[in-house]
Design a protein. Sequence first.
Length: 539
Amino acid sequence: MKLRIARHAEQAQGHAVNMSFDDIQDVNSADILSNSGAYQAGEEEKKLLCLLADGRLLVASGQNLNPHVLSYQGRLERMGRAFHVVYTSIEVIRRINQNGFFMLADRHQEHSMMQVTAKDLLTKACRARASDVHIRVKKNCTEIFFRIHNDLVPVGGQTREYGARLLATLYGAMTSVSDSSYKPTERQDASIADRDKLPPELYGVRIATVPTNEGNVMVLRLLYNDAGDNIDLRPLGFSDAHAEAMQQLKEQPVGMNIISGPTGSGKSTTLQRVLSGEIVEAAGKLHVLTIEDPVEYPIEGAVQTSVTNAGTEEERSRMFAAAISNAMRLDPDTIMIGEVRDKASAQNALRASMTGHQVWTTVHANSAVAIMDRLMDLGLPMSLAADHTVVTGLISQRLVKLLCPECKLPLAEHQDAVPHATLMRIRQAVSPLLQEVCIMGPGCPTCNQQGTVGRTVVAEVIIPDDRFYRYVRQGEKTLAVNYWLQELGGKTMQEHAIEKVAAGLIDPRMAEKVVGHFTIPTAAQQMPLLHVVEGGGAT
């Protein structure tokens, strides 16, 4: 069967036409002259060209001056073989030369088939309750990983070509961006928001791509539908004291409340439950407006807006800051800002909290107190940021794996499984007797042989007052922390983690990977606090 091309006009020898995937129907192996016989091409030449019996010489686009291509064309001319150059994809040439038979429906049909494959992959990730999917296209293969309970778990491999098509389909045919063309040599961000293209368990998918020295990496963050099933913070892992403090922050009519933590620490889920709780408690009488990039979780009763399709990071920052400024003119009671990422958005968020609005947002910081350092780093004036009527709440959180209740092992009976130094820290921080402390077991059917059954929050919540911020303004961070712990009844994230270790909920080794080595209060932390006078020293 002959190769059929849409533009069938005869071309002079050596002249070229362009041929896309849509121009090709099928090619029979008998029509390929460059695979054997007098016109057989060399191995390097086969990567770039293919001679067909009807005189078409398929050449990879952009390779018209390649020495291998020029050498083969010169050979054909010397042998008196007439040919017409047709430029096409190197993928077409590879598949013709390798398989001897090439059949391809139109581009839309292939995209549709790969969309089904991509959706099946997302469905499999949902069943495993993965938070992310990593697709690594390497030089000779494609590797796929799921992030389950914060661990990357390999789930299979494919050819490089399969991975390249999967990435192109995920970005080009499934995302909702103005420029949906996948560019393997560039960093790109997008999201999948069309529910028809997603498993029912997902509300959306965030996508980030980056070129590597071997190929490309795409990471998909899965946003689940069940984030709003419960407005109570305690099932996430927050303590009763944390929930009471967050309730107090929700009931304050003005002020900015900031949640910190690294990527994947559950900040968005916490925000979703806080705002959903506000709306439910107000019987829908609050106007809650969100500004996100993109919208992550559905919040029933809120007006959710998205800042997307910016071409550059600078343009995205400008649009985000403009969206915050615009939000203040839309008569909101509460504004949720997905992330304060630069000076402009930080200034507008601060302005919103100073002009009669309650503001909830997130930043990347190492602790609740370190949020203030981050605000200074973003260029906010200390006199405004360190004001208890403006920045009213500082929250920091992390996620630690939750032990399977069926197969966890008592540490007291398995002390040899823990390094001696770690064991000493546990005895010092928790209890010398280790009565309830447990470590991860071997796995069982309950936990799907993982040893863990999800993750739980470890957190710290500060409701600062004037004295706390006075220490901060004086640069006395240690005094500020001690005042929070001793006078305001605070509890550090590490102390929260130690409580969960003592209750047998989390493995102490996993906890230390998240909150650092366990320590006990030093003598200095237990000393009575000194009072710092504004503009002067301690008294």
